[in-house]
Design a protein around this ligand. Structure first.
Ligand SMILES: Cc1cc2nc3c(=O)[nH]c(=O)nc-3n(C[C@H](O)[C@H](O)[C@H](O)COP(=O)(O)O)c2cc1C
Length: 386
């Protein structure tokens, strides 16, 4: 049985001081040009006592953006901005992976180069989901995702090169590794879903091999660029977020992906453990269900690397209970990390957790709700408990 505060190696490459992961969270605090800045560096540095930080999702190219003010990793200025972040996290003794994404159809012409249509695995629109873009008056806000243009076969192949460059940039920016964002209804998820992907070329059709080919080609590119010990993949197999249709082949796809990622030596798989229904995470309808443990045991058997579970963990006890199943190696915390920069210490010592205000999740109000949360006061009682 492993303890939440026991160290762990990702492969033989990245040593982690505990089994707590800061989950990737979009926070929209970048500077012009989608460049991470000193404030972003401070935010991640404050959270460096996590075993591993996974950054907010980061665009591989201008056409991969679905939400205004999210960072990129394709320009020199962005690379330098991320260097501020990685230096600060490393100075504080932390480890940090860059979450690399392409939103695919979850975009809007107002954010796309030359106002073009979003890029999709197919031309099916996310009918019920919003992105953060410009409305008809040019004002930023939530607008319905645009109708995508189906990418041609050669365009999908060319995108692998775009990802490859992003991985090289992440390495040069000082990241300890990358996490490929294949969850939550974004581009890779759009390809993997057997209901949504009605393509008939080598990236679609009926077979699981074809539907996952794009992801595997990108994983291969990441492994070439960084080595397998520095590549993780995030999946949300049952997620309905971003208008993803229920997929009758989800288990088959998941286990195939596990096996293929294992063969490629991918260092971790980050599973969104809680089932994420359509709709807003903060809404009353948001119900907590998790992936069936019988299936998670099959995942464990199929994938030899580390397994991270994310979603709904709010205490040391719930995280430890998850580790005690023997089916997970690391536990990710998302929302609790927003208001508790010292979450690892608070969990360790049983100190109370602060609550974040959801209205500050994505604002441009700079440090408010971002870097202005204090660490828990170290009074003599707390020292005695340490
Ligand atoms: C403000 C916010 C931003 C998020 N942004 C991302 C993201 O960029 N990439 C991603 O994979 N998940 C994102 N998520 C999902 C979280 O990583 C996590 O899976 C989710 O919050 C559930 O975990 P929790 O219950 O610990 O918060 C975001 C969640 C929140 C609250």
């Amino acid at each position: 049985m492993v303890d939440l505060f026991e160290s762990q190696w990702l492969g033989s490459t990245v040593p982690l001081k505990n089994r707590i992961v800061m989950a990737p969270m979009t926070r929209t605090r970048t500077s012009d040009g989608d460049v991470p800045n000193e404030l972003v560096a401070t935010y991640y540095g404050q959270r460096a006592t996590a075993g591993l930080i996974v950054t907010e999702a980061t665009d591989v190219s201008p056409s991969s953006k679905g939400y205004a003010l999210t960072p990129g990793i394709y320009t020199e200025a962005q690379r330098q901005g991320w260097r501020l972040v990685t230096d600060e996290v490393h100075r504080k003794g932390g480890k940090i992976f860059s979450q690399i994404w392409h939103v695919g159809r979850m975009a809007h012409p107002s954010l796309m180069p030359n106002g073009e249509a979003p890029w999709g695995a197919t031309e099916e629109r996310a009918e019920h989901s919003d992105v953060f873009a410009h409305d008809a008056d040019g004002k930023l806000g939530y607008v319905r995702a645009g109708t995508p243009r189906r990418l041609g076969t050669d365009e999908v192949s060319a995108l692998v090169g775009t990802f490859s460059q992003a991985f090289a940039n992440a390495r040069q920016a000082g990241f300890d590794g990358v996490e490929i964002h294949a969850a939550n209804g974004y581009l890779f998820d759009q390809f993997m879903n057997s209901v949504l992907n009605r393509r008939t070329d080598r990236y679609g059709g009926g077979s699981v091999e074809d539907r996952t080919r794009f992801l595997m080609e990108v994983v291969d590119a990441a492994v070439r660029e960084l080595g397998p010990g520095r590549v993780g993949v995030r999946l949300s197999p049952f997620g309905r977020f971003n208008s993803m249709p229920a997929d009758p082949l989800v288990e088959e796809t998941l286990l195939y992906v596990c096996e293929q990622l294992g063969r490629r030596g991918v260092t971790y798989m980050h599973l969104v453990y809680e089932l994420m229904p359509a709709g807003n995470m903060e809404s009353a309808e948001f119900k907590k269900h998790h992936i069936d443990h019988a299936l998670l045991a099959k995942v464990r058997a199929a994938f030899p690397g580390a397994i991270i579970w994310a979603g709904g963990f709010t205490s040391r006890e719930s995280a430890q209970a998850a580790l005690d199943t023997g089916l997970a190696d690391l536990i990710a915390f998302g929302r609790p990390y927003i208001a508790n920069p010292d979450l690892a210490e608070r969990l360790k010592h049983g100190w109370p957790l602060a609550e974040a205000d959801p209205s500050t999740y994505y604002t441009r109000r700079e440090e408010v709700g971002y870097t202005d949360f204090p660490t828990y006061p170290i009074d003599s009682a707390a020292r005695g408990a340490a």
